[in-house]
Design a protein around this ligand. Structure first.
Ligand SMILES: [Zn+2]
Length: 267
């Protein structure tokens, strides 16, 4: 499932490929997408592609007026730029945008992905804070955590506080921060919150540098897989020695999801 780094990867790759191109044709090929007004984008120029929470967002403009398209990849969505030199299969194609010199294709095997077309970005902005935004200082994180009795692992996964963190990165962040996954979120001391803040930025930034993590079927805008899985320290490593202290990595289940952690390093 694409998490924040995978979505960032797709947005960063698409931006230089399609910015400046005009929309010539827009087609929705799956009724389940509903009726986002994609036809209203005809003649619009792509100004930029960026990440908005876990969505790939497109700013388009025509005669000085901006509109936005936000694509949520969910489980298996993929956005691929096809510039004519490379053939792409048509299976699971749900939407197709003809731009100058190529096509932007939206593939999605499980069909949970969504497309929205709006006038103002606020209409599709997530409610949670973006963990890579300047807004998220250690103080702001402490404020968000305050009073919560939820286990920190579960807290980090809620999308209404911090947006975009999923199971893989949360396990890695907690390991790097040295925080046990079952600690009450609101009970973390100042130092632990600071470590958590730093680890969140570090893990996400490194994952973006590696173009994301590929476990099942994530592919970036070039149709390639990410490489961050090579750097995972605890995720999916139950029983293997912790890279820091050598104790066996443990797996527990929290909210029906596996949590991997080191009982020696995470307190
Ligand atoms: Zn350890």
């Amino acid at each position: 499932m694409p998490e924040l780094p995978e979505v960032e990867t797709v947005a960063r790759q698409l931006d230089p490929l399609i910015a400046g191109r005009r929309v010539r044709r827009a087609r929705l090929l799956d009724r389940r997408l509903g009726k986002p007004p994609v036809a209203s984008l005809l003649g619009h120029r792509v100004e930029r592609v960026f990440r908005l929470g876990k969505q790939v967002a497109f700013e388009l403009s025509r005669r000085g007026r901006s509109r936005f398209m936000a694509v949520h990849l969910r489980m298996t969505g993929r956005l691929i730029w096809q510039d004519g030199r490379r053939r792409v299969e048509d299976q699971h194609l749900r939407a197709c945008f003809d731009l100058d010199g190529g096509r932007l294709l939206f593939f999605d095997t499980r069909r949970f992905g969504t497309i929205a077309v709006v006038d103002a970005l606020e209409e599709v902005a997530p409610s949670g804070v973006d963990p890579l935004s300047a807004e998220l200082t250690p103080e702001a994180l402490a404020e968000l955590l305050r009073g919560s009795r939820q286990a920190i692992k579960a807290w980090l996964l809620r999308q209404d506080r911090l947006v975009g963190l999923g199971n893989i990165y949360v396990c890695e962040i907690l390991f790097q921060a040295g925080v046990a996954p079952d600690r009450a979120a609101g009970r973390l001391r100042r130092r632990a919150v600071e470590r958590l803040h730093r680890a969140t930025r570090d893990v996400l930034t490194r994952a973006i540098e590696s173009c994301g993590t590929t476990f099942s079927d994530f592919q970036d805008a070039r149709g390639l897989t990410g490489s961050y899985q090579r750097y995972l320290t605890v995720y999916a490593r139950e029983g293997e020695p912790c890279p820091a202290c050598g104790r066996a990595v443990r797996r527990i289940v929290q909210q029906q999801r596996s949590t991997f952690y080191c009982p020696g390093c995470q307190r």
